[in-house]
Design a protein around this ligand. Structure first.
Ligand code: AMP
Ligand code: GLY
Length: 424
């Protein structure tokens, strides 16, 4: 089989790495890919923001199956456009992807289907924001409606600060057109959980749960990022909680989408807050998470291709995944200055030494390869990931590998999974 993977980050490296293990795959392409992916798949240039560029690539390759990593091509309708041309593609259609691309759509959908989420108000002007704010107690969460690559959420300590953030969103200063509409939300307290399920439009099968670390610095300080590290263990939630999340969140979403005529196939990522009032939905993504996919796929023992095909073909079985009882941890090494401005083109050393640490796999996110060397080419550079029988050993192995890697300005959090380790 000839497979095309769209994207070029750490998530896509993990997808390529896992799919490589599938005996049914003969040719593996990734577009645009990155330096690390180029070692295991043929990388081709593409503009992920441009449907014509994606279609030209499909025309040239005629893939048997396409797996879409990031949300942007999904929101451009790549799944239905490829399907119309006879190229099987994994993921939701543009309409179904609105669960991620419009926060106001997601909130109204959750309310219609009585799925637990924070109280909210949808506002189209600063006057509406000021009026709605009288019903919220600070801190107030202010969200841009559209896609903002993790930068569209402000937690405001006061009503004035909330109004200021909303006004910057409306003016386009903060997140461009994504902020033409704003959602105000009640602030929720608790532990966050990334709960991903695979859906065939009707049925759902949960993936191993994971926890992301969104803030840039240790102890959850500093600005939000795309994700600085994640871990997954068999005990992050118990079977009872997993069934509750399937029955009260994931399945009602998939069934609600179906009854509304926008069937959702692919991976539904439920970003949850585990509050004192129970689990509540913070956000949806319509794709695999990054960096959650790295530790999740390290724990997957069954064939990912089989599961992906079952989603497309509408025949997910009761247990499409087999998970290892091991723990896995991913630490993101980022460029100096990320998530603000940063320099690129720094030479990376120690990758080979890191890969020799037991249980470690270094996934590349923002790297390029030149003359046998690797250079930084993005904010998140590497996802150093390790698997071990217990979380503590997995954490130790990951950091042992991180210490062997160097590039100018490199920084990473030293406390990935620490809160969980100290609880036990
Ligand atoms: P989102 O893109 O909606 O997931 O928001 C990004 C991050 O902002 C989340 O991962 C949370 O850490 C935080 N966040 C979003 N909504 C809320 C909320 N209602 N209460 C507290 N924190 C939130
Ligand atoms: N790790 C958060 C995301 O994938 O959106």
């Amino acid at each position: 089989m000839k497979i095309l993977i769209l994207g070029g980050g750490g998530r896509e490296h993990a997808l390529v790495w896992k799919l490589r293990q599938s005996p049914r795959i003969s040719q593996l392409y990734c577009a645009p890919g990155n330096g690390g992916i180029a070692e295991v798949a043929e990388c081709l240039p593409v503009d992920l923001k441009n449907i014509e560029s994606l279609l030209a690539l499909g025309e040239k390759l005629q893939p048997d199956l396409t797996v879409v990593g990031p949300e942007l091509p999904l929101t451009l309708g790549v799944v239905e456009e490829f399907a119309r041309r006879g190229w099987r593609t994994f993921g939701p259609t543009k309409d179904a992807a609105r669960l991620e691309s419009s926060k106001s759509f997601a909130k109204e959908f959750l309310q219609r289907h009585r799925i637990p989420t924070a109280h909210y108000a949808i506002c189209d002007s600063i006057q509406e924001v000021r009026a709605a704010l009288t019903h919220f107690h600070p801190p107030v969460v202010v969200k841009a409606d559209g896609l903002a690559a993790g930068k569209g959420v402000v937690i405001a300590a006061s009503r004035e600060e909330a109004a200021q953030a909303a006004s910057e969103m409306f003016s386009g200063k903060l997140v461009g057109t994504a902020g033409a509409r704003v959602v105000l939300e009640e602030y929720l307290k608790g532990d966050e959980l990334s709960f991903l399920v695979l859906s065939d439009g009707e049925r759902v099968a949960p993936l191993a749960a994971a926890q992301d670390h969104k803030r840039v610095f240790d102890r959850d300080e500093g600005p939000n990022t795309g994700g600085m590290g994640a871990y997954s263990t068999p005990t992050i939630i118990d079977d009872k909680m997993r069934d509750w999340l399937v029955n009260h969140i994931a399945r009602p979403v998939i069934q609600g989408m179906k009854t509304e005529g926008t069937e959702f196939k692919g991976v539904l990522y439920c970003g949850l807050m585990m509050t004192a009032r129970g689990p509540m939905v913070l956000e949806f993504n319509c794709r695999f998470g990054d960096p959650e996919t790295q530790p999740i796929l390290m724990r997957l023992e069954s064939d990912l291709l089989d599961a992906i095909e079952a989603s497309i073909d509408g025949n997910i079985s009761d247990a499409p995944f087999k998970w290892s009882s091991d723990a896995a941890v991913c630490v993101v090494m980022a460029s100096g200055g990320y998530p603000g401005t940063f320099e690129m083109g720094k030479k990376i050393s120690g990758l080979h030494e890191a890969d020799t640490v037991e249980g470690v796999k270094v996934f590349h996110a923002g790297t390029s390869r030149r003359d046998g060397n690797f250079y930084t080419s993005g904010g998140r550079v590497l996802g150093v990931t390790a698997r071990a029988a217990d979380l503590q050993t997995a954490v130790q192995r990951t950091y042992e590998a991180c210490e062997k890697i160097n590039f100018e300005g490199a920084h990473y959090r030293k406390d990935i999974a620490a809160r969980t380790l100290h609880k036990v």
